[in-house]
Design a protein around this ligand. Structure first.
Ligand SMILES: C[C@@]1(CC(=O)O)C2=NC(=C\c3[nH]c(c(CCC(=O)O)c3CC(=O)O)Cc3[nH]c(c(CC(=O)O)c3CCC(=O)O)/C=C3\N/C(=C\2)[C@@H](CCC(=O)O)[C@]3(C)CC(=O)O)/[C@H]1CCC(=O)O
Ligand SMILES: NC(=O)c1ccc[n+]([C@@H]2O[C@H](COP(=O)([O-])OP(=O)(O)OC[C@H]3O[C@@H](n4cnc5c(N)ncnc54)[C@H](O)[C@@H]3O)[C@@H](O)[C@H]2O)c1
Length: 213
């Protein structure tokens, strides 16, 4: 089995192509859209969900190589192995990232199971060993990581931006940022809400920086 290097890819405003018009293609279109990509989907027919999807370029025809022009990434999810293989070799020749669903040999990257809570993303991969296990772990973690983690991450981001500007001493800043990311602050968000958590954070900051109010 291949080894993989986990990364988060910035595909904001990048052209991403999905080849195929079925349910799997629709799932891929949705996740690419959510990541801010400019999505083009090409297929002779589209499932009703894809037909309804807004903000996507639909090209109703069979795959042709020229569709990859200017693309950063392509996902092939047709039910035709020959077409999927052609997409793979076209993409490899052009240095375009490529995933053929369920065909790890025809992938320059594989897709993990993911949970999104605002800016917090938890991704699980088994490196292809067991996608079913990745899914089960995702479902388990979904129960453990609720919507409050999104709020928590947002609050920490706000405070961190401020601290990067205002606290010049790196060691003190690190200490504070580590402290306020603690689960006790998350508990306050859960029980009392974000404004109470903010108050607690300010208290911690003033304790750590004598004289700061
Ligand atoms: C994570 C997820 C993301 C997504 O697809 O979006 C994903 N597969 C998911 C589900 C799933 N896929 C399959 C089952 C049936 C049970 C089973 O086989 O285990 C289930 C479970 C289900 O659906 O319940 C069938 C399957 N998948 C692959 C093969 C071929 C092979 O193993 O050789 C076969 C056999 C096909 C056959 O039988 O012929 C291959 C891949 N699937 C991957 C990703 C990549 C490795 C990820 C990793 O392990 O880290 C990789 C290598 C390539 C890729 O597609 O990127 C998504 C869960 C999303 C979620 O629910 O959160
Ligand atoms: N449905 C699932 O949950 C699931 C799960 C695992 C694997 N898969 C695999 O993923 C693939 C896609 O699944 P699906 O359910 O979306 O299949 P599907 O049969 O619903 O859709 C396949 C799509 O590919 C299009 N297509 C065929 N030839 C094409 C061409 N030359 N150019 C462009 N598009 C073309 C078809 O018109 C159709 O829209 C299949 O290979 C399937 O075996 C599906």
């Amino acid at each position: 089995m291949a080894k993989y290097y986990p990364i988060f890819l910035n595909i904001q405003d990048k052209k991403c192509v999905v080849v195929g018009g079925g349910n799997v293609a629709w799932r891929k279109v949705c996740s690419l859209k959510e990541a801010g990509a400019k999505v083009t989907v090409v297929s002779p027919d589209f499932c009703p969900e894809l037909e309804r999807e807004t903000g996507v370029e639909r090209i109703q025809q069979k795959y042709t190589t020229d569709i990859l022009k200017g693309a950063a990434l392509v996902v092939a999810s047709t039910d035709d192995g020959v077409v999927n293989k052609k997409v793979y070799s076209d993409a490899m020749e052009r240095g375009i990232l490529v995933n053929v669903v369920d065909k790890p040999d025809l992938c320059s990257f594989i897709v993990p199971a993911s949970i999104q809570r605002g800016d917090l993303c938890i991704s699980i991969s088994t490196g292809g060993a067991s996608p079913a296990l990745a899914r089960n772990i995702r479902e388990y973690l979904e129960g453990q990581f609720g919507a409050e983690y999104g709020e928590f991450t947002h609050l920490l981001s706000e405070v961190r931006q401020k601290m990067l500007l205002e606290i010049k001493d790196e060691a003190i800043r690190r200490d504070i940022l580590q402290r306020i990311a603690g689960f006790d602050i998350l508990e306050i968000i859960k029980r009392k809400g974000v404004s109470e958590a903010k108050r607690k954070i300010l208290e911690i900051v003033s304790e750590k920086i004598p004289g700061d109010k």
